[in-house]
Design a protein. Structure first.
Length: 169
């Protein structure tokens, strides 16, 4: 007669089934986390570009969007954050006091999770909403995911999202 509880064999079988399910689920969870981080950053970058364009139109001034290093300089590599500022001095760089430009957005992203590349040092939104220079791109890839997202900034100032292939070397 059995009063209650589980036998050792029943517990071992339950633990084995749980371990197998966990091993199957972990890679899917890692992909989900990486994809969510990528989508969040793409959303942040897209909104920053849209806000920069809107600010340029509303305030009739040039607005710079760039990937910047810790010294607040716009660079094409070794950057630490996204920087958006009004270029009141028309210097194409963030001016310090006394003629300080207005910093609109300073967004730090997780460099350990994301790989971000751009083909331009900065993007300039003009008072009519167009982008000065040539069309540009910002590519965002996440480790462990083959597909990334590319943001293309057209001469009209509009931002378009598209799927891109990411190479993880």
């Amino acid at each position: 007669m059995r009063i209650g509880g589980f036998t050792l064999l029943e517990l071992l079988i339950t633990l084995a089934i749980g371990a197998i399910l966990l091993l199957i689920g972990v890679p899917g969870l890692q992909y989900l986390i990486a994809d969510t981080a990528l989508q969040t950053e793409v959303f942040s970058f897209h909104n920053a570009l849209h806000r920069a364009r809107s600010y340029a139109i509303d305030h009739q001034t040039d607005v710079i969007v760039c990937l910047a290093n810790r010294q607040e300089k716009c660079v094409e590599q070794d950057f630490s954050h996204l920087l958006v500022f009004s270029d009141d001095q028309h210097s194409r760089k963030l001016a310090e006091a006394p003629n300080q430009d207005t910093t609109l957005i300073r967004h730090t992203y997780s460099a350990s999770i994301l790989n971000i590349a751009t083909n331009q040092r900065y993007f300039v939104f003009q008072p009519d909403g167009t982008q000065a220079g040539t069309p540009g791109t910002i590519s965002l890839c996440s480790s462990g995911i083959e597909k990334g997202i590319g943001l293309t900034i057209a001469m009209s100032g509009r931002v378009r999202r598209q799927s891109i292939n990411c190479s993880h070397d």
